[in-house]
Design a protein. Structure first.
Length: 267
């Protein structure tokens, strides 16, 4: 495994950034409906849901939805950086500082685990996935959602395509992020860990100046702009031009896909 000097949050996507809360809120606006649908897919759970985990909760939007979806459950929301979760105080919600790459939970202790847009950023993603599976109780459900870059490869606007793929290249180089294979491989990864009832949904939101995915992508590209501008093949005017086009009507393109997997720990 290649080691990377930098981790998520050290500099890239630090929660101290002025626009990071807005960036994560835009992501939640795009994906919370998809997450809720996945968490409720298949109707009422076959076993009582008493303990839920929202791993790397970000702004906590899905943890709050889990409280509504599973009214008898206690929800644990974990994060490396608790800044955006500090204001959230709810009965049945436990907020925990927890490093998914280093800290564990007891085997079989959660009935539902949801994790979104975390593992692709972690060079040790396969090992972390294996531990998440162990945290699931027999009959417990995993919902995992990760990005995939293939719609960006097919984007029609060459400058948007160059800059968008450049953003993912900066993340791969600096953090070890995988937006290529990890998401589409999730069904095979889940099956290899013995999970069953595997379902997959792929969502491709629209990037335009007035869509939540457009807002998320403008903030992401803006944050990574210096690194993108240094990549070979990216022209000096590319990043400013794309940021400008993401800020006004005109550009309408496919955004990054999200792969949503649901799977069950055999009883
Ligand atoms: C792209 S954000 C996604 C946030 C949230 N899951 C969502 O989808 O709205 C990734 C989150 O993972 C957190 N994170 C990064 N590395 C982590 C780690 N090793 N353990 C726990 N959380 C981590 C970050 O602080 C950040 O909030």
């Amino acid at each position: 495994m290649t080691t990377h000097a930098e981790r998520y949050g050290d500099r890239i996507f630090s929660h101290t950034g002025a626009e990071e809360a807005a960036r994560l809120a835009a992501l939640a606006e795009v994906l919370d409906p998809v997450s809720v649908e996945a968490l409720t897919a298949g109707g009422p759970p076959s076993r009582p849901v008493r303990r839920c985990l929202e791993l790397a909760a970000g702004t906590g939007s899905v943890a709050l939805r889990m409280l509504d979806l599973f009214p008898s459950a206690r929800v644990t929301a974990t994060e490396l950086d608790l800044r955006f979760l500090e204001a959230i105080r709810q009965d049945r919600l436990e907020v925990l500082r927890h490093d998914a790459t280093a800290e564990d939970f007891p085997d079989g202790c959660f009935d539902v685990v949801h994790v979104r847009y975390l593992l692709h950023h972690l060079p040790t993603r396969r090992e972390v996935f294996g531990r998440i599976v162990r945290w699931l109780a027999p009959g417990g459900r995993l919902v995992i959602e990760e990005p995939a870059r293939f719609p960006l490869e097919a984007a029609r606007d060459p400058r948007y395509r160059r800059v968008s793929l450049g953003a993912l290249q900066v993340l791969a180089d600096r953090l070890g992020t995988d937006c290529t294979d990890w998401g589409p491989d999730l069904p095979r990864t889940a099956a290899a860990h013995g999970l069953t009832d595997i379902t997959l949904r792929t969502t491709v939101p629209t990037v335009a100046h007035d869509t939540p995915m457009g807002r998320f992508w403008r903030l992401t590209v803006g944050h990574l702009a210096p690194g993108i501008g240094e990549l070979p093949g990216v022209l000096p005017e590319d990043v400013p031009a794309v940021l400008d086009r993401l800020s006004r009507p005109g550009l309408v393109e496919m955004g990054m896909a999200t792969v949503t997997l649901t799977a069950t720990q055999p009883a």
